[in-house]
Design a binder for this molecule. Structure first.
Ligand code: 13P
Length: 267
């Protein structure tokens, strides 16, 4: 059963008071709609799972506001190293320490602006798992790659490397996000057909690499210019199990409209 997930990636936005105010609004929403909003660990009826990925300095404040709600908190990045002389890096154990349950790995801004290779992304994912974090592995092609007919090859390579050496048994909490780079922050979202095609490709690959049951249970989110206006049609696509939202996650009003557009049935 795949419960849909709507996750907000706040990127390098907001200040402390805005981050806290946003978290407070999400907390109040969760409290007023506890039947429909579920966490990663809860049982019961199908609903929507919500998560947020604030900037590192605000993780602890946001997490303490959201404690007791099912809304999970994620780091936006993580070091592949455990601890040590790695100036500017943040260890997976530190994310756990401040209350994160999830972490983004391989976001396209990390891959393309900071040169993270697929191999490094795989090592980060392994570090996240070793610390007990649920990784949200992001994959997606650039516009040039799509135009050159390389979308499938790029996405499959990022999956292969990102999950290299991993066994199904340790990936029970894995989330995948398909985020075409050309759709991120551009206002041009993938069409439901384009998203559906790549999500299907990812699920088929998971079935070959792991098992059919694992593929059927793994949530694959779409990201890239998701907003209130296009969320319903994207989230209605069979293999689209939720959304990873950037710009539209920065106000509770727009983020919660996307949550409201999400079908609450598990697939
Ligand atoms: P936008 O929703 O701003 O396009 O960003 C998507 C994204 O990168 C989420 O991780």
């Amino acid at each position: 059963m795949r419960i849909p997930v709507i996750a907000g990636n706040w990127k390098m936005n907001l200040d402390r008071s805005a981050a806290v105010a946003l978290a407070r609004e999400l907390r109040d929403h969760a409290a007023s709609s506890s039947a429909a909003v579920g966490g990663a660990s809860g049982g019961g009826a199908a609903r929507v799972e919500i998560g947020v990925a604030p900037p590192f300095p605000y993780l602890e404040a946001v997490r303490s506001l959201l404690r007791g709600t099912p809304i999970w908190v994620a780091g936006q990045n993580v070091s592949h190293e455990k601890l040590g002389a790695f100036t500017g890096e943040v260890a997976a154990s530190m994310l756990v320490d401040v209350g994160c349950s999830h972490v983004l790995v391989g976001h396209s801004e990390r891959r393309h602006l900071y040169g993270e290779s697929s191999d490094l992304v795989g090592r980060k994912l392994a570090a996240a798992l070793a610390a007990g974090l649920a990784p949200l592995l992001c994959v997606g092609e650039t516009l040039a790659e799509r135009q050159a007919g390389k979308t499938n090859a790029v996405v499959l390579e990022q999956l292969e490397s990102g999950l290299k050496g991993q066994e199904e048994a340790s990936l029970g909490r894995l989330l995948i996000a398909y985020e075409p780079v050309w759709a991120i922050g551009t206002g041009v979202n993938a069409t439901p057909a384009q998203a559906g095609e790549v999500h299907r490709l990812i699920r088929e690959w998971l079935g070959r690499r792991f098992s059919k049951a694992f593929a059927a249970a793994t949530r694959i989110l779409y990201g890239g210019s998701v907003k209130a206006e296009n969320a319903a049609e994207l989230l209605a696509v069979d293999d689209v199990d939720g959304a990873l939202v950037g710009g539209a996650s920065l106000t509770a009003a727009s983020f919660l409209k996307i949550v409201a557009a999400c079908p609450t049935r598990a697939r």
